[in-house]
Design a protein around this ligand. Structure first.
Ligand SMILES: [Zn+2]
Ligand SMILES: [Zn+2]
Length: 226
């Protein structure tokens, strides 16, 4: 009798253990499915969708080669960004912080603003590797301009989504309609078209990614220590 109970318990425990594992796998799969649905390309990026936000969890570690261009080394982070799902144009623009992440790319790597720690244009002041990124002293690998290893533009076509600004508006690459460089970008580096609504572009010249936020950025996303 005792043996029967213990065998039953054994199977019960086994079942529970597997059920738990199964649920974890199910959760991870659904958050990866959500991630893909929202343009993310890196299986290390997790996305949970709520009514108002995309909750993006990422290590921020590059999923492509990086080269030593400064004394720093990239390290894995524990970023959790809340990206507004229904961004709206705000009554006034918000300045992009001059330090730390301002947006997240579809591979989970972050964008920094155009200026680096000394307030100089990062592109001119510091070396960027061939993917247009480099690690900060904190180990946060980041892009300052169009990240060549995140996406490839097709000729004669609008660039795909390459990231999300912290105000929720999407960021596209260099190419506008019919593959031409957009000529109507505002000072935040964004414009509006019929299909996409308001969205940002990266540019070959200043500010390269975002000049300011046209919507309302989620303040909790800033890490002042970067
Ligand atoms: Zn930098
Ligand atoms: Zn556009």
């Amino acid at each position: 009798m005792r043996e029967t109970i213990s065998i039953n318990d054994y199977y019960k425990n086994l079942l529970l253990k597997h059920l738990r594992l199964f649920l974890v796998i199910l959760c991870l799969q659904s958050s990866w499915a959500e991630a893909q649905e929202h343009h993310f390309t890196n299986p290390q990026v997790r996305v949970q969708v709520t009514a108002e936000t995309l909750n993006v969890s990422t290590t921020g570690y590059p999923n492509h080669k990086w080269e030593k261009v400064n004394p720093n080394r990239p390290s894995k982070q524990n970023f959790n960004f809340k990206i507004p799902r229904h961004p709206k144009i705000a009554s006034r623009t918000t300045a992009v912080p001059s330090r730390g992440p301002i947006a997240v790319a579809v591979n989970g790597v972050v964008f920094f603003g155009p200026e680096d720690r000394e307030g100089k244009i990062a592109l001119e002041n510091h070396g960027l590797d061939s993917c247009q990124g480099h690690p900060a002293p904190s180990g946060v690998y980041h892009y300052h301009c169009t990240p060549g290893c995140v996406h490839k533009d097709s000729p004669n076509q609008h660039s795909p989504v390459i990231g999300y600004a912290f105000d929720g508006f999407k960021i596209y690459g260099l190419q506008g309609e019919r593959g031409l460089l957009p000529k109507d970008l505002d000072r935040c580096n964004g414009h509006t078209d019929k299909g996409r609504g308001y969205h940002y572009h990266t540019t070959e010249n200043f500010p390269f990614v975002l000049g300011c936020y046209r919507g309302t950025p989620t303040l909790a996303n800033y890490d002042r220590n970067q």
